[in-house]
Design a protein around this ligand. Structure first.
Ligand SMILES: NC(=O)c1ccc[n+]([C@@H]2O[C@H](COP(=O)([O-])OP(=O)(O)OC[C@H]3O[C@@H](n4cnc5c(N)ncnc54)[C@H](O)[C@@H]3O)[C@@H](O)[C@H]2O)c1
Length: 421
């Protein structure tokens, strides 16, 4: 590492990679980093960005392994490629001696993240997962209050996410909304992708103060889709923890408008509500209420700066170390084990309308169904919502491998180590 600058290479500059390019360039302009290379297999899609990076001295590669072999001065590899490439790319970067800033979800399966963790531990290098919502001041304050048991022992943590996504969202890239792509598992859906931040924060809040190795004991989930996809666009999940906190999670992308995702924590002596707008409200049992608002923060930038600090100074605590995301991947896999393949919601409950040269699908009364379920801790089938079907709880004791029988034959289970196509 140069004395004061972190040498960065980016893998995947299209899609969300644009955001990484923007922040890397900003960090370079401030003299904190230098972008030495980038790997992109489809540079034509992002010709403007590729041109800017090359003009600033970064070398373009279309072969990731070659980039790592030839550019021996890379300190940090930023991986913003499709989900099924995260594992092989992360492990290869670590074996080449590079720290990693890895896009979420970190891995497709528990067996994949276990391999990645083994590589991270054996090299001792830093892997930060870009769950940028872990960095906000309001969320960090909530974690501190939870660790201090400021409102007593926690009973439940409830996450609610209602967003609007058009059909175009699923057409942006070939693996979007797919369980498998190119013969390999992707498991892309609402839980694993857009609302992964919310689910991950629910897990962190529910396990605040517990050992990192402590895992959920049981997951029961119902996964649905209104769009023509394989994954889920509407889901509910109930997660039990060994220390008695119940996590309830409700999310949909089939809502008429996007609202602020929130997490509600209920405890012995009050309640906390955290929201994506970087705010926290604590209400104590006697009705006293304290509001904390911190204004807009740049979450992705904060993840970089935190990662740089950890690379320079090992004692710095990462906002989202790879090890802390094992629970998230295990819960995600267990949700699919519990629900089985996401179910299509019958057309009679779906409204379809043209919007921005695409199609919007909304589910009748989905907002009320989520609110009612969140209040009572029920799953959709327990309300009962007319389109919902019950699932079975899935036990996570000794859970080491995602391999549900219903996916057999669709190809590629546990086979995400293949070529980086
Ligand atoms: N942190 C966030 O808020 C956030 C938001 C959106 C997406 N993401 C994550 O970012 C990642 C990418 O998602 P996306 O929607 O941008 O996907 P995408 O498919 O649109 O973009 C991926 C990019 O990687 C490139 N690529 C594919 N294979 C490659 C290879 N072998 N080597 C180099 N480049 C390769 C593609 O050409 C493309 O430019 C996913 O993990 C996604 O979950 C994170």
């Amino acid at each position: 590492m140069a004395a004061d600058k972190i040498n960065i290479a980016i893998a995947g500059i299209g899609g969300f990679g644009r955001v990484h390019v923007r922040w890397v360039q900003s960090l370079c302009e401030r003299g904190l980093a230098s972008c030495v290379a980038f790997c992109e297999t489809n540079p034509d899609r992002s010709r403007d960005l590729a041109g800017r990076l090359m003009a600033a001295g970064a070398a373009h590669y279309d072969d990731y392994s070659r980039m790592l072999r030839e550019r021996t001065n890379i300190d940090l590899v930023v991986i913003s490629t499709p989900i099924h490439l995260h594992k092989p790319m992360c492990i290869e970067a670590l074996r080449s001696g590079c720290h990693v800033l890895l896009e979420k979800p970190p891995a497709v399966t528990v067996q994949d993240i276990a391999e990645m963790l083994a590589a991270q531990r054996s090299t001792g290098l830093t892997v930060q997962v870009n769950f940028q919502n872990t960095s906000g001041q309001a969320f960090r304050l909530m974690l501190q209050k939870l660790r201090e048991q400021a409102i007593g022992k926690v009973r439940s943590v409830t996450g609610i996410g209602k967003w609007k996504r058009l059909q175009a969202y699923y057409e942006r890239t070939p693996w979007a909304g797919r369980l498998t792509h190119d013969g390999r598992l992707v498991l892309d859906g609402t839980l694993s992708n857009p609302f992964s931040h919310l689910l991950n924060n629910c897990l962190i809040a529910a396990f605040a103060g517990e050992e990192e190795t402590s895992l959920p004991t049981r997951v029961q989930a119902e996964l649905y889709h209104a769009y023509d996809i394989e994954g889920d666009d509407t889901s509910c999940v109930r997660i039990d923890t060994p220390h008695g906190v119940s996590i309830r999670f409700y999310s949909t992308l089939c809502h008429g408008e996007s609202t602020e995702p929130v997490i509600r924590v209920e405890a012995e002596r009050g309640e906390m509500v955290w929201g994506y707008r970087n705010r926290l409200t604590i209400t104590e049992a006697d009705g006293r209420q304290t509001d904390y608002t911190f204004g807009e923060e740049q979450g992705v930038e904060a993840m970089y700066l935190n990662c740089f600090a950890a690379i320079r100074e090992r004692r710095t605590e990462l906002f989202s170390p790879l090890s802390s995301t094992y629970r998230f991947v295990a819960s995600l896999n267990a949700a699919l084990e519990s629900s089985g393949p996401p179910r299509a919601i019958p057309f009679e409950y779906i409204r379809r309308q043209r919007e921005q040269q695409s199609e919007l699908r909304t589910i009748d009364n989905i907002s009320a169904a989520i609110d009612e379920a969140a209040l009572s801790g029920k799953l959709f089938s327990e309300l009962p919502a007319p389109w919902a079907a019950p699932s079975r709880p899935f036990d996570l004791h000794g859970y080491e491998r995602f391999q549900p029988a219903w996916l057999a034959g669709s190809g590629g289970i546990g086979n995400n180590a293949g070529a980086m196509r």
